[in-house]
Design a protein around this ligand. Structure first.
Ligand code: SAH
Length: 226
């Protein structure tokens, strides 16, 4: 299942073009968070994606738009600045690998300022289309088209890890980064560990084996020796 999420889009033409692209690439759901433009005008640009636009879910915040998916991916033209873990990116073809067999949401930002750091942090991965170092900022709908092409081009490939196994893995990884005293999570370390592990796990058997290790670690750290 593939969901496209537009956060506060400002241009009617972009929203229309994206609705059309959703139809072109068999996207299952279009979510629009707090649109900043007129959706009736946007319809003029949707062509045969009009039905997709008319049935889009209009929601108030990103949290709502990310409900019910296994994998959340943000996108940005601004990525891979040294030392900035949050903006360490994967390219679209890796995003395609990661999303195989999972209910996936791919989130696109405002034409003016993109996505906030908080919005990026609410997702699992950041996807960046490698473009000119001088000018890597694509038009919103152009960025959507490249990413949808990559996500859809190889539909026959392996389906991988079960979503329940994946969310259990996620929970254990996060648990391992909870400070004993303050009870707060080391978000940076958690994000790195999750990304590395999710990127590497290819099959259900691998995921389950890793899950057993995580569980063992968790139990040992919590004083329950096995
Ligand atoms: N100045 C803004 C530009 C936003 S462009 C910024 O700093 O991000 C609008 C949206 O198009 C972005 O939020 C992102 O979703 C998408 N986009 C544009 N160029 C992209 C690129 N090279 N890789 C991935 N997404 C891109």
């Amino acid at each position: 299942m593939l969901r496209v999420v537009l956060v506060e889009p400002e241009g009617e033409y972009n929203v229309g073009f994206v609705a059309r692209l959703c139809r072109n690439f068999d996207v299952d759901e279009l979510y629009i968070v707090n649109p900043k433009c007129d959706l009736t005008t946007a319809a003029r640009f949707a062509a045969h994606g009009l039905q997709t636009l008319n049935s889009a879910c209009i929601v108030k915040d990103l949290k709502e738009a990310l409900q019910g998916v296994d994998l959340k991916m943000a996108t940005s033209s601004d990525a891979d600045n040294p030392g900035d873990i949050l903006r360490t990116s994967v390219p679209p073809w890796t995003a395609a690998e990661l999303s195989k067999g999972k209910r996936t949401a791919i989130v696109f930002g405002r034409e003016s300022v993109g996505l906030t750091r908080k919005e990026i942090a609410a997702t699992d991965f950041l996807v960046h289309i490698p473009a000119s170092k001088d000018y890597p900022v694509l038009n919103l709908s152009h960025a959507v088209s490249i990413i949808l092409y990559e996500l859809r081009k190889d539909t026959s490939a392996i389906s991988s890890v079960d979503s329940t196994t994946l969310s259990l893995l996620d929970r254990y990884i996060r648990d391992l980064y909870i400070h004993v005293k303050s009870k707060s999570v080391d978000e940076r370390a958690y994000l790195v560990a999750k990304r590395v592990i999710f990127r590497g796990v290819k099959t259900e058997a691998e995921a389950r084996t890793l899950l057993r290790l995580m569980r063992k670690l968790y139990l040992k750290l919590n004083g329950v020796w096995q």
